[in-house]
Design a binder for this molecule. Structure first.
Ligand code: PEP
Length: 248
């Protein structure tokens, strides 16, 4: 399967900075098809800008979150249908920063995944254990519980989601999971997906957590690591393109 490399800009950027970053990425591709599928997930106000800059290019775009509600009196929320208006291909759901700082539960994350799919957007469902959970030997239990909620909600559409394994202790810390640590969790997730859909091989399972230009190749060489969700390194065009190339 062709790898999928997704940038998560988090709450970074400006009209000017985004324009230079995207132009540097497009310039680096020089009209060639990238070795991996590519997408950029921007803060919502910049989705219109990405649509303008990326339509017709090899780079897809998406949101970093989506409302679990369809529409109405939910001040500050952005619906899946609105994201679709800006041609978003993806929406990240259940990022650990949303779970941690916004109290998102497994069932809220599952509802978000379902809303995205219903609007024709591919949810990138994030799962991952904290350091305390890993040290307590709970990694498998935690990631399976988080993914089970999403699978239960999306049911027969399970083969249409993207999953991202992001150990919380590795996000933004510079402390990457070893390829072996990541692979062993990815194998568990693949098994769980296989029990829910006839086509587990269609589901990209991304690794996220301090993936960078130096460590991407060894992570992406693992049999069940189908791509990456990239935070910090997606803000530097050259680094991001090197990760994309490492997926060849
Ligand atoms: C992320 O935000 O999903 C992430 C993996 O961040 P970083 O690459 O900076 O660890």
């Amino acid at each position: 399967m062709k790898k999928l490399i997704v940038g998560n800009w988090k709450m970074n950027g400006s009209l000017a900075a985004n324009q230079s970053l995207v132009q540097a990425m497009l310039g680096g591709l020089a009209g060639q098809a990238p070795a991996s599928h590519m997408a950029l997930c921007a803060p919502s106000p910049y989705l219109a800008q990405l649509q303008l800059l990326l339509t017709g290019s090899a780079i897809a775009w998406g949101a970093q979150d989506v409302s679990s509600q369809e529409q109405g009196a939910f001040t500050g929320e952005v619906s899946a249908v609105m994201l679709k208006d800006f041609a978003c291909r993806y929406a990240i759901v259940g990022h650990s920063e949303r779970r941690q700082y916004h109290g998102e539960t497994d069932s809220v994350v599952a509802a978000k995944a379902q809303r995205a799919l219903a609007a024709g957007i591919t949810p990138i469902a994030c799962v991952g254990e904290t350091l305390a959970e890993r040290e307590a030997g709970q990694t498998e239990v935690v990631v399976k519980r988080q993914l089970a909620a999403v699978i239960h909600a999306v049911a027969h559409c399970t083969s249409e989601i993207v999953v991202a394994y992001e150990p919380v202790w590795a996000i933004g810390t510079g402390q990457t999971a070893t390829p072996e640590q990541a692979q062993s969790v990815h194998a568990v997730l693949r098994g769980q997906i296989a029990a829910a859909t006839e086509h587990p091989e269609r589901v990209h399972i991304l690794y996220g957590g301090s993936m960078n230009a130096a460590n991407a190749a060894s992570l992406l060489a693992q049999p069940d690591i189908d791509g990456g969700l990239i935070g910090g390194a997606s803000l530097k065009a050259a680094d991001f393109l090197q990760i994309v190339a490492a997926g060849a």
